[in-house]
Design a protein around this ligand. Structure first.
Ligand code: FAD
Length: 318
């Protein structure tokens, strides 16, 4: 079932959903199920699974030269989605990227998803490869998520890359895209970022999921600006509970989002990460309650591979 249909069906009640990462290569899928199991009692209508592109690793050879290797540390997004749908009978939503994919690769991936009965995707550009500063697309790939959205919409209309194909089957994907209440790190302004966000909607995206934010006011202002710009699709807030002291530096650096002073000071006062985790849970509960009071359709939690703090929040909220 499409995410937009889940939202309609809930009739104004806020639902619970979450995002997981595939395990590191070498681990098995049970580690994922172990994280999902405790969260199923809160009836998520869907579970997102992130996609992790290739990285370049340099291995030293006996002669002292370096050999460049391309590795995917967290493969398995599609397999995990199929496993989730099969085991739990809930919708799994794979994230799919422009980065590392030609248009042909994307078409073939979408065909696989369609055949597996997966009819939701989140379409993203992806970041630069870790060792590079700027994002570059494949020669025959997409530069921006809006182009990827257009390709999915084309397939939903039965238009494949080979325009000589006849009597083609239409896919039926519901398309989510990313939105940034504090603007995307490369965008010159929030206004410009919303301008391009609108292009993703115009090209066929059905809903927006936001980057994490820790100050609800930023989300409310973002939604107002999107509505003023003529964006009418659901805007699902994404929440991440802080769980370690290190994240005070990592989160602003990696995701370019601000942490409110009050939250920072609470974390600084903690003697260990157990206490930080509790602060993170309480902060996310406070955020969740206020967002529900404002009638958000869903609360989407970033689990980053650990579910115990999400479970503690969901126990209070859902
Ligand atoms: P885009 O929408 O293409 O935007 C990228 C930048 O380009 C923005 O600054 C935008 O303003 C600008 N822009 C857009 N169109 C144009 C244009 N036509 N001309 C000029 N500028 C333009 N990354 C992963 O690798 N795997 C994941 O699973 C993943 N999941 C995510 C889930 C969510 C909810 C979010 C918020 C992010 C996720 N990311 C993931 C990170 C994401 O890939 C990065 O933030 C990436 O840098 C941007 O992706 P995007 O889809 O927002 O890009």
């Amino acid at each position: 079932m499409k995410i937009t249909e889940h939202i309609k069906k809930a009739n104004g009640n806020t639902q619970f959903s979450f995002e997981i990462l595939p395990p590191l290569k070498g681990q098995n899928i049970q580690s994922i199920f172990d994280n999902i199991n405790p969260l199923m009692e809160f009836n998520p209508p869907f579970i997102d699974v992130t996609y992790h592109r290739e990285e370049y690793v340099y291995k030293e050879l006996d002669n002292g030269l370096l050999k460049k290797q391309v590795v995917k540390k967290r493969p398995g997004t599609v397999g995990i989605c199929a496993g989730i749908q099969n085991k739990y009978q809930v919708d799994a939503v794979p994230h799919i990227l422009c980065g590392g994919f030609t248009k042909e690769d994307t078409e073939n991936l979408l065909i696989d998803l369609d055949f597996l009965g997966i009819d939701n995707v989140v379409a993203l550009r992806g970041d630069a490869v870790k060792s590079e500063t700027y994002f570059t697309s494949e020669k025959e790939g997409h530069q921006f998520a809006s182009e990827l959205v257009q390709q999915i919409t084309d397939l939903n209309n039965g238009n494949y890359l080979d325009d000589e194909l006849q009597n083609t089957s239409k896919t039926n994907f519901c398309i989510g895209v990313a939105g940034y209440p504090e603007k995307h790190m490369e965008a010159p302004s929030l206004e410009s970022d919303i301008h391009f966000l609108k292009k993703k909607i115009k090209n066929g995206a059905d809903y927006i999921i936001t980057q994490m934010f820790f100050d609800n006011q930023k989300y409310f202002e973002f939604v107002d600006k999107c509505r003023t710009a003529g964006i009418t699709v659901p805007i699902i807030p994404g929440l991440k509970p802080i769980s370690t002291k290190k994240q005070l530096n990592i989160i602003p650096h990696r995701f370019k989002v601000d942490l409110p002073d009050e939250l920072v000071m609470e974390v600084v006062k903690c003697n260990d990460n157990k206490a930080v985790r509790q602060v993170g849970i309480e902060w996310a509960i406070k955020q969740s309650k206020e967002l529900i009071a404002k009638g958000v359709p869903l609360l989407h939690y970033y689990s980053m591979g650990k579910s115990t703090n999400i479970e503690a929040i969901a126990k209070v909220i859902f």
